[in-house]
Ligand binder design. Structure first.
Ligand SMILES: [Zn+2]
Ligand SMILES: [Zn+2]
Length: 379
């Protein structure tokens, strides 16, 4: 076995340590709450039942969403985004970046993309040998390009992206509910244990005091751990709710996507309600369930910037400077998408995308000097 392969295996195994740590904490919290608190400490049967029902509800939802976040395979760019074999061979033989960009630029004319690199070039992953769709990024930890990548999360040992972003938000939400519920219900027993009776038996203790049993350590720790996790999760959860409202990924919050008109952090924002629907879907009854309901296919995303600020039918004729090297072209003045001919754009997502701003773009590739866009307003 090659040393690099062994190293990779070790890295992959070690990457599970944070997940195992969380799983052990969750298992201990279950034991501490159910056995030590509810069975050994709480005297009232009615209180026990109510606590156990709500505890198990939050526990199931938390574990379910955590499981889905961990085990949802990140989505990768589809084969349409791979260079055709001939282009790929030419790209690999070519040493000049300008010529390589020209190959990419031609290949991208048939792809539904609106974003470019900061220099206006086609976003291409040399590692995966794929043209990156909008919002797609290469994750060095997973060693793959991930659609709508948000970040790589060590606590789930997975990339958070298009396939599991909803699950990740729900995981944060339910872990917060789980910790809040534990902290709130444990609090009174936490206080009682500070003033505990030194006798081992509850019968010999004064009223409203708990005996000095081993349960006290579990209950005291339970409160500390739940309160600590509450504080850390709350900030992360609030931040991601804000991102969902803005339809922005963590990566885009730090580095705005570049459109034809320049970089724009709000480039994919469609308004608060639609932004929420992009992640959680149209049907509210599924919002709180960790089942996949996000809109679209992860390859194309609606944006109000394309077609840009058009209210009524307009025809634009542009000179794409075909003879100039593609790398020098700052940002394509038109969408590189031949939407009427691109089957990727005939799906539901694109219907949403274009629905409000119907567009019929005809983009002749670089050998033609003229590009014509015919844009119709919503009728
Ligand atoms: Zn990649
Ligand atoms: Zn990753």
């Amino acid at each position: 076995m090659a040393p690099t392969h062994v190293l990779r295996c070790c890295q992959r195994s070690l990457a599970w340590i944070p997940v195992i740590f969380i799983a052990l904490v969750v298992c201990w919290s279950y034991y501490a709450y159910v056995v030590e608190l509810c069975i050994f400490t709480i005297p009232s049967i009615g209180e026990q039942i109510v606590y156990l029902i709500f505890f198990h509800l939050s526990f199931i939802m938390f574990v379910w969403s955590y499981w889905k976040t961990i085990f949802s395979q990140p989505d990768n760019p589809s084969k349409e985004f791979r260079l055709p074999k001939a282009d790929k061979e030419r790209y690999e033989k070519e040493e000049r970046p300008e010529s390589q960009q020209e190959i990419l630029w031609r290949a991208a004319t048939s792809l539904p993309m609106y974003t470019r690199t900061g220099a206006g070039a086609i976003r291409y992953c040399d590692r995966c040998q794929v043209i990156k769709p909008d919002r797609c990024h290469h994750c060095s930890a997973c060693d793959m390009c991930v659609l709508k990548m948000d970040h790589h999360c060590p606590w789930v040992n997975n990339c958070v992206g298009f396939s599991n972003y909803k699950f990740f938000i729900l995981f944060l939400a339910y872990s917060l509910v789980y910790c809040l519920f534990i902290a709130a219900t444990v609090l009174q027993y936490f206080i009682k244990f500070w003033t505990l009776c030194r006798r081992k038996s509850a019968e010999n203790c004064p009223k409203n005091e708990l005996p000095d049993t081993h349960a006290k350590f579990h209950v005291l720790f339970l409160f500390f751990v739940a309160a600590m996790f509450c504080i850390s999760i709350l900030s992360l959860f609030s931040y991601h709710l804000w991102l969902v409202g803005k339809n922005r990924s963590t990566i885009e919050a730090f580095r705005a996507p570049v459109f034809r008109a320049g970089s724009d952090k709000n480039g994919f924002s469609l308004g608060f309600r639609k932004n929420i629907a992009q992640v959680f879907g149209d049907q509210k009854k599924y919002w709180l369930l960790p089942v996949f309901t996000s809109q679209g296919d992860g390859l194309t995303f609606p944006t109000l910037l394309v077609p840009a600020d058009v209210e009524q039918q307009a025809t634009v004729t542009l000179q794409p400077e075909a003879n100039k090297s593609a790398a020098e072209v700052p940002v394509s003045p038109v969408s590189p998408v031949s939407e009427s001919h691109n089957h990727l754009l005939s799906n539901d997502l694109h219907a949403n995308n274009i629905g409000e701003h119907q567009a019929n773009n005809t983009h002749k590739p670089a050998e033609s000097e003229t590009i014509t866009i015919s844009i119709e307003s919503e009728s």
